[in-house]
Design a protein around this ligand. Structure first.
Ligand SMILES: [Zn+2]
Length: 338
């Protein structure tokens, strides 16, 4: 093979131009890939953030995948939802009086601050200055707290700060979840009627003792303190509604026993009227911390037996929960004279 003939200048220029274009193309291609990689990274980070934010929201509501093992033991034994890992969201608080004097028994978490009627998104009309004040206490919480507290001021007798409650034997719904759902419905109805409403809790993952809840009602000078519970019994045939109220104990409840009993009577008949449930009447009690510490009229409606399959299933429906909330609201408003 002979020597390559030398390229003429024109051919050289063409070859150089071709090489220049090749280089430019590869640079452009490289830049394109780099841009695509950055875009993918942005998308990935965005998606991860969205997932995180959603989880955050869920934790403020009820826990649909409730684990029965969570209902026992002290509340501090394992990490809970985001309520324990971040400060609670700022909440509007239009309640009268400072919150600084909250009871020592509520020190475990900052969450149980009473939330006033003006919280979004319900946006009810602002209550008038003379509006009745109702404190709603949805019983229990996701985990009980077995630390003890005196059952009355100065008492040597002590009871657990808050028990974990019962649960639906058919539906599996925990009591704390049922009574919170009804409490929130009741708040809406009372606010629509012009009352000022405070909730002792609006979430499952809180730690507020029964005495702490009652001190909140005392500080708010509630016209009525309503503690919503559901019942459990050894026999699955036991069903119906009854309302508990404090028996008169000298130095503790003698000043609130009479108005409490009057409220219990009114609310019991309103509940039976709106639900058609079996009327189990009233129960005067001396053993309930949340009564014995109260300085304001207090009742504890037991809205049905979660150990009765029929009543448990009824209590799981929005229709029946609405009937209970309506009965409670009508009775409460009649008692406070609205
Ligand atoms: Zn209960």
């Amino acid at each position: 093979m002979g020597k390559r003939p030398p390229r003429d200048p024109q051919t050289k220029d063409v070859l150089l131009e071709i090489q220049r274009r090749k280089r430019r193309r590869s640079l452009l291609a490289y830049g394109g890939w780099a841009l695509a990689a950055v875009a993918l990274l942005i998308l990935f980070v965005g998606a991860a953030w969205a997932t995180f934010a959603n989880d955050d929201d869920v934790a403020l509501g009820e826990n649909p995948s409730f684990d029965p093992s969570l209902t026992t033991g002290p509340a501090t034994s394992a990490p809970l939802g985001p309520t324990t890992t971040r400060p609670p969201p700022p909440r509007p608080d239009t309640t009268a009086g400072p919150r600084a004097a909250s009871p020592p028994s509520t020190t475990a978490e900052p969450a149980p601050v009473a939330t006033a009627t003006t919280a979004p998104p319900a946006a009810p009309p602002s209550p008038a200055a003379n509006a009745p004040v109702i404190v709603i206490d949805p019983g229990h919480q996701a985990r009980g707290n077995n630390e003890l507290e005196p059952i009355g001021p100065g008492s040597a007798e002590r009871k657990p700060k808050v028990s974990s409650g019962t649960r639906g034997t058919t539906t599996g719904i925990p009591e704390h979840e049922l009574v919170l759902a009804i409490g929130l419905k009741l708040r809406t109805l009372l606010e629509q009627a012009g009352a000022q409403v405070l909730m002792t809790r609006e979430a499952a993952n809180v730690d507020i003792s029964n005495v702490g809840r009652t001190q909140l009602a005392n500080e708010a000078r509630a016209d009525l303190y309503v503690r919503i519970h559901a019942d459990g019994a050894g026999s699955s045939s036991t069903r119906g509604i009854h309302v508990l109220y404090p028996a008169g104990i000298s130095g503790w409840t003698d000043d609130i026993a009479a108005p409490s009993k009057q409220a219990a009577q009114i609310v019991q008949s309103a509940l039976v009227r709106t639900t058609g449930a079996k009327d189990l009447g009233l129960d005067a009690r001396t053993d309930i911390s949340g009564f014995n510490w109260s300085d304001v009229p207090v009742i504890l409606p037991e809205i049905g037996f979660m150990t009765n399959p029929d009543e448990d299933r009824l209590l799981a429906t929005e229709t029946y929960r609405d009937k209970i909330a309506r009965g409670l609201a009508e009775g409460i408003l009649e008692f406070v004279g609205k």
